[in-house]
Write a protein that binds this ligand. Structure first.
Ligand SMILES: C[S@@+](CC[C@H](N)C(=O)[O-])C[C@H]1O[C@@H](n2cnc3c(N)ncnc32)[C@H](O)[C@@H]1O
Length: 464
């Protein structure tokens, strides 16, 4: 049988893959189709043909799954941002729970794991505290500010509303577009490095209503760039940009400096307001913690669900008396700070120096004095820590840890490990390494931090 790209095929969807694509069979070959769910029968157009699988774009739903719902967002299907919006939220949670189980079974080859019920997010819209919007041109070559379209790196969806951050953040996007469109400044082009305007980041303190804007440009400075940026800051910080409780408390301009053959650097200019954004989080005992967030620092993007996640870490940690805790990949120190009152001392390690600076400031601000943070690579710095830990918390990026990190962790021989992960596949792989060192998985607790997307966060407790 010869298959060709663009060929229309009929597929019945029976399950969903990591990443959110529906899976069915065409002529016995596995076929992945975007925006579909189990129970859908669809016509799709082939986009990728491999010997053992096919990928196809949804063309028409012949008969829809009984469980489909109408997506709230008018850009659904075009934007690519909230792939699961056509699925009721309880179904999304079921799907994520199953995908975590599949990862442990298929990737980790680990059996009899104690999975706790996934904890859903109370807010399923307007839950993000940070969004990035890109400058460019839309499909009609009109100046645009919004989202990169999936699989088309250079076309921008000109976004006028979005249900992920807040109505206020959409207002900021619309005002920014209006302002720069009038200035006729060119968007940056990744193809040849020309142009100026790159991106707009909007960050919101969900518990403080503070808002930080970060406008990112190239170093191809147009005439009067400084004057224009000052004017932008004046417009955005004016009275008519106030929105109920929310208010813009800082405006940054970040310039990315690119020279041929040299690593990119950046310069930040504070155009208006405060150096950092303040966010608050509530601990399991009702106490508040305050965090100062700088423009480039990592901070969990769903504040309320991050509280749930960190409180799960605390729940697992307090099972045993803790003396010394290591918080690896600690970012701005949030997990360590949540744990500090349950231990004699906590040490955090984080690659980004600025994040470590902020972590220290966060500790002082919250009057937590039994914690310290070190900037550098986990593998390099772990060797320098002498005190044996009772617990090591690991919260790496999506790629997970390396076998070397697993070995270094084992060398300390802590009784407990708590692994916080945003990628079930690498979590399952890494747990399999740790099991080889004699650890047993006591519990895996999935937490949904990102409703309507295929992302899944988990906390795994390992002991020996
Ligand atoms: C998923 S974030 C977790 C941050 C923090 N635990 C939190 O909850 O906000 C992962 C962090 O690991 C840091 N990181 C990445 N590679 C690293 C490495 N090799 N050594 C130390 N930190 C690293 C990143 O900069 C990032 O802050």
């Amino acid at each position: 049988m010869t298959l060709t790209k663009g060929q229309l095929v009929e597929v019945e969807i029976s399950s969903i893959a990591f990443g959110g694509k529906g899976i069915g069979k065409y002529e016995g070959i596995t076929c992945f189709v975007d925006n579909t769910m189990p129970g859908d029968k669809v016509t799709a157009s082939l986009t990728k043909i491999k010997s053992n699988f096919l990928e196809a774009k949804l063309v028409e739903i012949i008969s829809a799954s009984k469980e489909r719902c109408t997506p709230k967002c008018k850009y659904f299907g075009t934007c690519g941002g909230c792939q699961l919006q056509f699925m009721p939220y309880d179904k999304q949670l079921e799907l994520k729970e199953q995908q975590v189980k599949d990862a442990f079974e298929r990737i980790g080859k680990i059996e009899n794991v104690n999975f706790s019920k996934i904890i859903g997010s109370e807010n399923i819209y307007y839950y993000r505290n940070k969004m990035e919007f890109s400058f460019g041109y839309d499909a009609n070559m009109k100046f645009a500010l919004g989202m990169h379209l999936p699989n088309r790196r250079f076309d921008i969806l000109d976004l006028h509303e979005c249900h992920l951050e807040s109505e206020f953040s959409a207002k900021i996007v619309n005002k920014t577009r209006e302002f720069f469109a009038k200035k006729y400044l060119p968007p940056f082009k990744y193809t040849n490095g020309s142009g100026f305007l790159k991106a707009l980041y909007v960050r919101e303190g969900k518990r403080t209503n503070e808002v930080m804007i970060n406008l990112v440009t190239s170093d191809n400075l147009p005439k009067d760039s400084e004057k224009i940026m000052k004017e932008y800051a004046e417009v955005l910080s004016s009275e008519d940009m106030k929105d109920g409780e929310k208010k813009i408390t800082s405006i940054y301009w970040t310039m990315i400096i690119a020279k041929k053959g040299v690593r990119k650097t950046s310069k930040e200019f504070l155009l208006y307001g405060n150096k950092s954004l303040t966010e608050k989080m509530i601990l399991e005992n009702g106490n508040e913690m305050v965090f100062e967030i700088l423009p480039q620092a990592f901070f969990q993007v769903n504040t309320f669900q991050a509280e749930v996640l960190y409180n799960q870490v605390v729940r697992m940690a307090v099972n045993k008396p803790q003396k010394t805790i290591f918080d690896l990949f600690c970012g701005t120190g949030t997990i360590g700070l949540f744990l500090a009152k349950h231990a004699e001392q906590v040490f955090g390690i984080e690659l980004v120096e600025d994040a470590v600076k902020v972590a220290r400031e966060n500790a002082l601000k919250n009057k937590v004095f039994n914690i310290d943070f070190f900037a550098g690579d986990v593998d390099n710095l772990l060797k320098d820590l002498k005190e044996p830990p009772s617990l090591i918390v690991i919260d790496p990026p999506r790629i997970g840890i390396t076998e070397k990190t697993a070995k270094l962790i084992n060398d300390f021989s802590p009784h407990q490990l708590i692994y916080v992960s945003c990628n079930p596949a690498t979590l399952a792989r890494d747990c399999a390494w740790l099991i080889e060192y004699g650890y047993k998985i006591k519990e895996v607790q999935p937490v949904d931090m990102f409703p309507h997307t295929h992302h899944i966060e988990c906390v795994a407790l390992l002991e020996r």
